[in-house]
Design a protein around this ligand. Sequence first.
Ligand SMILES: [Zn+2]
Length: 258
Amino acid sequence: MLEVSPVRAFSDNYIWLIRTPADRGGAVVVDPGDARPVETALQQHELKLHAILVTHHHPDHVGGVAELAARHGATVFGPAREQMPCEVRILDDGDPVRLADLGLEFLVMTLPGHTLGHIAYYGHDALFCGDTLFSAGCGRLFEGSPTQMLASLDRIAALPDSTRIFCAHEYTLSNLRFAAAVEPGNADVLASLAATRALRERDAITLPATLGSERRINPFLRCRESAVRAVAEARTGRPLPDPVEVFATLRAWKDGFR
Ligand SMILES: [Zn+2]
Protein backbone atom coordinates (compact mmCIF):
# COMPACT_ATOMS: atom_id res chain seq x y z
CA MET A 1 0.00 0.00 0.00
CA LEU A 2 1.19 3.51 -0.77
CA GLU A 3 2.35 5.62 2.11
CA VAL A 4 0.54 8.92 1.67
CA SER A 5 0.54 11.84 4.08
CA PRO A 6 -1.31 15.14 4.00
CA VAL A 7 0.48 18.47 3.81
CA ARG A 8 -1.91 21.19 4.91
CA ALA A 9 -2.11 24.37 2.85
CA PHE A 10 -4.28 27.49 2.92
CA SER A 11 -7.43 27.09 5.03
CA ASP A 12 -8.59 23.63 3.98
CA ASN A 13 -6.41 22.24 1.17
CA TYR A 14 -4.47 19.00 1.36
CA ILE A 15 -1.37 18.55 -0.76
CA TRP A 16 -0.74 14.79 -0.81
CA LEU A 17 2.81 13.63 -0.29
CA ILE A 18 3.44 10.12 -1.61
CA ARG A 19 6.41 8.15 -0.35
CA THR A 20 7.58 5.71 -2.91
CA PRO A 21 7.75 1.97 -2.29
CA ALA A 22 11.01 1.47 -4.23
CA ASP A 23 12.97 4.50 -3.08
CA ARG A 24 12.51 5.33 0.58
CA GLY A 25 14.08 8.75 0.18
CA GLY A 26 11.90 9.75 -2.76
CA ALA A 27 8.61 11.59 -2.81
CA VAL A 28 5.89 12.75 -5.18
CA VAL A 29 3.40 15.50 -4.38
CA VAL A 30 -0.08 16.06 -5.76
CA ASP A 31 -1.46 19.57 -6.38
CA PRO A 32 1.05 21.73 -4.50
CA GLY A 33 -0.84 25.01 -4.37
CA ASP A 34 1.83 26.39 -2.04
CA ALA A 35 5.54 25.48 -2.12
CA ARG A 36 6.36 26.40 1.47
CA PRO A 37 4.56 23.67 3.44
CA VAL A 38 5.86 21.11 0.91
CA GLU A 39 9.46 22.27 1.47
CA THR A 40 8.95 21.97 5.22
CA ALA A 41 7.60 18.42 4.88
CA LEU A 42 10.41 17.37 2.53
CA GLN A 43 13.04 18.70 4.92
CA GLN A 44 11.37 17.20 7.96
CA HIS A 45 11.36 13.71 6.46
CA GLU A 46 14.61 14.15 4.45
CA LEU A 47 12.90 13.40 1.16
CA LYS A 48 13.84 14.25 -2.39
CA LEU A 49 11.00 15.45 -4.61
CA HIS A 50 10.96 13.48 -7.88
CA ALA A 51 7.65 14.36 -9.45
CA ILE A 52 4.61 16.61 -9.17
CA LEU A 53 1.15 15.46 -10.23
CA VAL A 54 -1.42 18.14 -11.06
CA THR A 55 -5.17 17.54 -11.39
CA HIS A 56 -6.40 20.92 -12.63
CA HIS A 57 -5.47 24.55 -13.18
CA HIS A 58 -6.90 26.30 -10.11
CA PRO A 59 -4.34 28.44 -8.23
CA ASP A 60 -4.77 26.56 -4.95
CA HIS A 61 -3.58 23.43 -6.81
CA VAL A 62 -0.77 24.84 -8.98
CA GLY A 63 0.53 27.86 -7.04
CA GLY A 64 3.70 26.10 -5.84
CA VAL A 65 4.35 23.95 -8.91
CA ALA A 66 6.83 26.10 -10.84
CA GLU A 67 8.89 26.94 -7.74
CA LEU A 68 9.10 23.32 -6.56
CA ALA A 69 9.86 21.99 -10.05
CA ALA A 70 12.68 24.50 -10.55
CA ARG A 71 14.24 23.97 -7.14
CA HIS A 72 14.11 20.17 -7.14
CA GLY A 73 14.29 19.41 -10.85
CA ALA A 74 11.06 17.44 -10.42
CA THR A 75 9.08 16.25 -13.42
CA VAL A 76 5.63 17.83 -13.59
CA PHE A 77 2.64 15.92 -14.96
CA GLY A 78 -0.60 17.72 -15.75
CA PRO A 79 -3.78 17.76 -17.80
CA ALA A 80 -3.56 18.16 -21.57
CA ARG A 81 -6.45 20.59 -21.82
CA GLU A 82 -5.62 23.14 -19.13
CA GLN A 83 -3.22 26.05 -18.77
CA MET A 84 -0.29 25.03 -16.56
CA PRO A 85 2.22 27.35 -14.82
CA CYS A 86 5.30 25.68 -16.33
CA GLU A 87 6.28 22.99 -18.78
CA VAL A 88 4.52 19.73 -17.96
CA ARG A 89 4.25 16.25 -19.38
CA ILE A 90 0.73 16.43 -20.67
CA LEU A 91 -1.68 13.62 -19.91
CA ASP A 92 -4.93 12.50 -21.42
CA ASP A 93 -7.46 9.82 -20.59
CA GLY A 94 -5.94 6.36 -20.27
CA ASP A 95 -2.35 7.58 -20.27
CA PRO A 96 -0.05 5.81 -17.83
CA VAL A 97 2.21 7.73 -15.47
CA ARG A 98 5.17 5.42 -14.91
CA LEU A 99 7.80 6.39 -12.38
CA ALA A 100 9.75 3.15 -12.63
CA ASP A 101 12.61 4.16 -10.32
CA LEU A 102 10.09 4.94 -7.63
CA GLY A 103 7.95 1.83 -8.09
CA LEU A 104 4.90 3.94 -8.93
CA GLU A 105 2.41 3.65 -11.74
CA PHE A 106 -0.84 5.53 -12.16
CA LEU A 107 -3.52 5.56 -14.82
CA VAL A 108 -4.96 8.92 -15.87
CA MET A 109 -8.71 9.46 -15.88
CA THR A 110 -10.13 12.62 -17.42
CA LEU A 111 -13.01 13.76 -15.22
CA PRO A 112 -14.60 16.97 -16.54
CA GLY A 113 -17.09 18.83 -14.37
CA HIS A 114 -15.32 21.00 -11.79
CA THR A 115 -13.07 22.18 -14.64
CA LEU A 116 -13.20 20.97 -18.24
CA GLY A 117 -9.75 19.38 -18.35
CA HIS A 118 -9.67 17.96 -14.81
CA ILE A 119 -7.78 14.68 -14.47
CA ALA A 120 -7.29 12.15 -11.67
CA TYR A 121 -4.52 9.65 -10.98
CA TYR A 122 -5.51 6.07 -10.17
CA GLY A 123 -3.14 3.36 -8.97
CA HIS A 124 -2.05 1.27 -6.00
CA ASP A 125 -5.72 1.15 -4.90
CA ALA A 126 -5.70 4.94 -4.49
CA LEU A 127 -7.35 7.78 -6.41
CA PHE A 128 -5.98 11.32 -6.36
CA CYS A 129 -9.04 13.13 -7.63
CA GLY A 130 -8.45 16.83 -6.87
CA ASP A 131 -11.76 18.67 -6.69
CA THR A 132 -13.95 16.10 -8.45
CA LEU A 133 -15.13 13.78 -5.69
CA PHE A 134 -14.94 14.88 -2.05
CA SER A 135 -15.85 12.76 0.93
CA ALA A 136 -19.66 12.96 1.06
CA GLY A 137 -19.66 15.59 -1.69
CA CYS A 138 -18.33 16.69 -5.06
CA GLY A 139 -16.71 19.76 -6.59
CA ARG A 140 -18.65 22.77 -7.76
CA LEU A 141 -19.36 22.99 -11.48
CA PHE A 142 -17.16 25.93 -12.43
CA GLU A 143 -16.72 24.91 -16.06
CA GLY A 144 -18.50 21.66 -16.80
CA SER A 145 -22.16 20.60 -17.01
CA PRO A 146 -24.13 18.32 -14.68
CA THR A 147 -24.06 15.68 -17.42
CA GLN A 148 -20.26 15.78 -17.53
CA MET A 149 -19.85 15.73 -13.76
CA LEU A 150 -22.26 12.86 -13.21
CA ALA A 151 -20.46 10.86 -15.93
CA SER A 152 -17.15 11.61 -14.18
CA LEU A 153 -18.53 10.51 -10.81
CA ASP A 154 -19.94 7.36 -12.43
CA ARG A 155 -16.46 6.52 -13.71
CA ILE A 156 -15.04 6.89 -10.22
CA ALA A 157 -17.90 4.81 -8.82
CA ALA A 158 -16.90 1.96 -11.13
CA LEU A 159 -13.58 1.56 -9.29
CA PRO A 160 -13.27 -1.07 -6.52
CA ASP A 161 -14.81 -0.43 -3.08
CA SER A 162 -11.37 -0.59 -1.49
CA THR A 163 -10.11 2.45 -3.47
CA ARG A 164 -8.78 5.10 -1.12
CA ILE A 165 -10.00 8.56 -2.09
CA PHE A 166 -7.44 11.33 -1.69
CA CYS A 167 -9.34 14.51 -2.50
CA ALA A 168 -7.88 17.98 -2.15
CA HIS A 169 -10.02 19.65 0.54
CA GLU A 170 -11.24 19.08 4.08
CA TYR A 171 -14.93 19.57 3.29
CA THR A 172 -16.24 16.36 4.87
CA LEU A 173 -18.16 17.85 7.79
CA SER A 174 -20.12 20.42 5.79
CA ASN A 175 -20.73 17.80 3.09
CA LEU A 176 -22.13 15.36 5.64
CA ARG A 177 -24.43 18.04 7.05
CA PHE A 178 -25.83 18.38 3.56
CA ALA A 179 -25.98 14.58 3.10
CA ALA A 180 -28.03 14.36 6.31
CA ALA A 181 -30.45 16.97 4.94
CA VAL A 182 -30.83 14.92 1.74
CA GLU A 183 -31.15 11.55 3.50
CA PRO A 184 -32.17 12.09 7.14
CA GLY A 185 -32.97 8.37 7.37
CA ASN A 186 -29.56 7.15 6.16
CA ALA A 187 -27.91 5.55 9.21
CA ASP A 188 -24.48 5.47 7.51
CA VAL A 189 -24.64 9.24 6.91
CA LEU A 190 -25.62 9.90 10.53
CA ALA A 191 -22.85 7.64 11.87
CA SER A 192 -20.27 9.30 9.59
CA LEU A 193 -21.50 12.74 10.64
CA ALA A 194 -20.99 11.92 14.33
CA ALA A 195 -17.54 10.39 13.71
CA THR A 196 -16.49 13.32 11.52
CA ARG A 197 -17.68 15.87 14.08
CA ALA A 198 -15.50 14.19 16.70
CA LEU A 199 -12.48 14.23 14.36
CA ARG A 200 -12.94 17.87 13.40
CA GLU A 201 -13.37 18.98 17.00
CA ARG A 202 -9.72 18.05 17.51
CA ASP A 203 -8.73 19.36 14.07
CA ALA A 204 -7.98 15.82 12.79
CA ILE A 205 -8.08 14.90 9.12
CA THR A 206 -11.09 12.94 7.83
CA LEU A 207 -9.32 11.54 4.77
CA PRO A 208 -8.71 9.37 2.89
CA ALA A 209 -12.22 8.08 2.39
CA THR A 210 -12.88 4.74 0.75
CA LEU A 211 -15.08 4.36 -2.27
CA GLY A 212 -17.12 1.63 -0.53
CA SER A 213 -18.06 4.08 2.21
CA GLU A 214 -18.70 6.92 -0.25
CA ARG A 215 -21.26 4.79 -2.06
CA ARG A 216 -23.26 4.67 1.19
CA ILE A 217 -22.90 8.28 2.33
CA ASN A 218 -22.24 10.51 -0.69
CA PRO A 219 -25.52 11.90 -2.10
CA PHE A 220 -23.84 12.73 -5.42
CA LEU A 221 -23.00 9.03 -5.90
CA ARG A 222 -26.57 8.13 -4.91
CA CYS A 223 -28.60 10.02 -7.55
CA ARG A 224 -30.18 6.74 -8.67
CA GLU A 225 -31.39 5.80 -5.17
CA SER A 226 -35.16 6.20 -4.92
CA ALA A 227 -34.95 8.08 -1.58
CA VAL A 228 -32.52 10.63 -3.06
CA ARG A 229 -34.57 11.05 -6.21
CA ALA A 230 -37.73 11.56 -4.12
CA VAL A 231 -36.10 14.39 -2.13
CA ALA A 232 -34.89 16.07 -5.34
CA GLU A 233 -38.38 15.73 -6.83
CA ALA A 234 -39.91 17.28 -3.73
CA ARG A 235 -37.58 20.28 -4.15
CA THR A 236 -38.33 20.80 -7.83
CA GLY A 237 -42.01 19.83 -7.61
CA ARG A 238 -41.81 17.62 -10.69
CA PRO A 239 -40.75 14.08 -11.59
CA LEU A 240 -37.03 13.65 -12.30
CA PRO A 241 -36.65 10.42 -14.24
CA ASP A 242 -33.15 11.38 -15.42
CA PRO A 243 -30.38 10.95 -12.80
CA VAL A 244 -28.63 13.99 -14.34
CA GLU A 245 -31.58 16.13 -13.23
CA VAL A 246 -31.39 14.63 -9.74
CA PHE A 247 -27.68 15.41 -9.68
CA ALA A 248 -28.22 18.99 -10.95
CA THR A 249 -30.91 19.57 -8.31
CA LEU A 250 -28.64 18.34 -5.51
CA ARG A 251 -25.67 20.36 -6.78
CA ALA A 252 -27.70 23.59 -6.98
CA TRP A 253 -29.16 22.90 -3.51
CA LYS A 254 -25.70 22.31 -2.06
CA ASP A 255 -24.35 25.52 -3.64
CA GLY A 256 -26.69 27.51 -1.41
CA PHE A 257 -26.67 25.17 1.60
CA ARG A 258 -25.41 26.53 4.92
ZN1 LIG B 1 -10.54 23.53 -8.05
